[in-house]
Design a binder for this molecule. Structure first.
Ligand SMILES: [Zn+2]
Length: 568
């Protein structure tokens, strides 16, 4: 048993990999027996808490100020030197644990995950994964560096967003084409990167004994409760049920905008020509209003959010040198979460914070679980916590608790529900495309890939007129960073969204029961199987058309109600 772990994550802030490796080595050299296994596992869990929190602190410091060179060095040491090496050591420790013959019922799920990780681990794949990381970084750099020139101004891709929301259709079209061209003009370089990533991933899969990378991904992501065939059923169900519903959303938009056909540059503008919502004027108001909303929903959750504000665990406002995006990270040693985002006072900020707060509530409610692995879940359950919160908190968005007048609150909810519908066909295309890439035998061929994307995209996305825009439509997949950097990580959002809609459905008639089920599920952390976690929240995993039809019908009904009361 290692004599001493560091006292706090701060002691690891400047640790090099060899220094951290020494702690893993100490655990490995005190190999557990059946009798000492639990105490040894607890010690390992404490080490992971410390390393994980030190790593989170490095992330928080760097993303909070990307201009801080020292913070950058620390952060890069964690992601490039410490984390990849630690993963290999963790597999080694998991092997030692399994070797003891431990079979405690309360950690059965953890042991199943360890078994799988050990079974698919190959030394020869470590360098392949390192090479894939380098290619991911190259893609990230290429995509992050894209810019466009409009009216003598150089804009980044995110800076095109306000132009895409403009009520000037010509300006929108120009912005849309500029954004798509930025990717399309780098198509060959990005296809070069992807060719190599594709080949490496198929090698990884074969090395581990799988027929293709899809099969490997299901195992490495610990998808024990659904199969590639279930996901294929999900795609079919989306095409059958959601695609036509989204076409109806677009038809409504076409009518409101008074255009002959909805073109891809007509999707971000308010269909009624209303000015964008401005929910708050500064972060102080943002935090105060959010605290009121969560407290109105639930005293405990409101209290937790107030704790985060008090303990300076919210970095919300956009400022120079802050990294883009938003996230919630768990500080496992102090057992509190941290939220990072770039609020500028738009309605998307409200959705982002409510989403991240759902992840935070998950971290709080599961923090009583003994082992670090029992506090976390796969993305399917993690996103159920965040996406359900987006819907559960929405009834409190109107004044005096929330941000909006009653009309504005209805408009925000309608926009959110439309987004929920629109996301599903996108998720299905991204996932079905990757299935095709890694299983068709043609995924190595860049022209065949682009053709497959267009074919799948037109299957799932209908109601938008893309005629004459094949290149622009193809460019969309090159923009989807998951396909390059996080393969097969996407269907989780679809599964979780359908779970969240079930929690929401229950909340319409039984708000207390829905909230109680939600909190009960979150408290379980990762100690139950995925179907059991969903069931605790009052939901099930939906891959079938009938399940989707019921929920999509409810969303459309609600949309009609919301539109009927706001639109004259
Ligand atoms: Zn999330």
């Amino acid at each position: 048993m290692p004599s001493s772990l560091p006292n706090s994550p701060a002691e690891l802030a400047d640790a090099t990999w060899p220094e951290i490796a020494a702690y893993y080595d100490a655990l490995a050299s005190s190999a557990p027996t059946r009798e000492s296994a639990r105490a040894w596992l607890l010690q390992w869990s404490l080490l992971e808490e410390l390393v994980s929190e030190a790593s989170s602190q490095a992330l928080i410091a760097y993303t909070g100020n990307t201009g801080d060179a020292e913070a950058e060095t620390r952060y890069l040491r964690f992601v490039t030197a410490i984390q990849p090496n630690a993963e290999a050591r963790q597999t080694g420790l998991a092997k030692l644990l399994i070797g003891t013959g431990i079979d405690d019922a309360d950690i059965a799920l953890l042991l199943r995950e360890f078994h799988t990780s050990v079974a698919i681990f190959r030394d020869a794949n470590v360098t392949r994964f390192a090479r894939i990381e380098e290619l991911s970084a190259a893609y990230q750099k290429m995509a992050g560096g894209l810019s466009v020139d409009i009216d003598g101004q150089t804009l980044t891709i995110p800076q095109l967003q306000p132009l895409l929301e403009s009520d000037d259709r010509v300006a929108r079209e120009r912005a849309f084409r500029a954004g798509a061209d930025a990717y399309w003009s780098h198509r060959d370089e990005m296809a070069d990167l992807f060719d190599t990533m594709y080949a490496l991933r198929q090698e990884v899969a074969r090395e581990s004994g799988f027929a293709d990378f899809q099969a490997f991904a299901f195992a490495s992501k610990h998808r024990f409760d659904y199969s590639p065939d279930d996901v294929a059923r999900f795609h079919d169900a989306v095409a059958e049920v959601v695609t036509p519903a989204v076409a109806r959303v677009h038809a409504y938009r076409r009518e409101r905008l008074g255009v002959e056909a909805v073109r891809p540059w007509d999707l971000a503008v308010d269909p009624d020509g209303l000015a964008p919502l401005r929910p708050f004027k500064d972060v102080t108001e943002f935090v105060a209003t959010s605290t009121r909303i969560f407290s109105a929903l639930d005293t405990e959750l409101g209290g937790r959010f107030a704790d985060m504000a008090r303990d300076e665990l919210l970095d919300l406002e956009s400022r120079p040198k802050k990294a883009p995006g938003g996230y919630c990270t768990t500080l496992h040693h102090r057992k509190q979460p941290f939220v990072f985002m770039n609020a500028v006072g738009v309605s998307d900020d409200v959705t982002t914070l409510v989403h991240e707060a759902g992840h935070c509530f998950h971290a709080y409610l599961a923090s009583h679980q003994e082992l670090i692995w029992q506090r976390g879940t796969g993305s399917e359950a993690a996103e159920l916590a965040s996406m359900s919160m987006e819907l559960l908190a929405a009834p409190y968005f109107a004044k005096p608790v929330g941000y909006y007048t009653p009309d504005q609150a209805r408009r925000a909810q309608a926009a959110h529900l439309e987004d929920v519908l629109l996301a599903l066909p996108h998720i299905a295309s991204v996932d079905a495309f990757q299935r095709w890439i890694y299983t068709s035998g043609e995924g190595h061929d860049r022209d065949a890939r682009d053709a497959a994307w267009l074919r799948l995209r037109s299957r799932f996305e209908q109601g938008v007129d893309w005629s004459g825009l094949d290149n622009e439509r193809t460019a969309r997949w090159y923009r989807q960073l998951h396909i390059f950097e996080l393969p097969f990580y996407y269907i989780e959002y679809g599964i979780a969204q359908l779970g969240a809609l079930q929690v929401w459905k229950r909340s319409l008639t039984d708000p207390d029961g829905a909230l109680a089920g939600y909190k009960a599920a979150l408290r379980l952390g990762g100690t139950r199987s995925l179907p059991a976690l969903y069931s605790a929240a009052g939901a099930r995993l939906i891959f079938d058309a009938d399940g989707m039809r019921e929920l999509v019908g409810l969303v459309e009904e609600r949309l009609e109600m919301l539109r009927g009361s706001t639109v004259s």
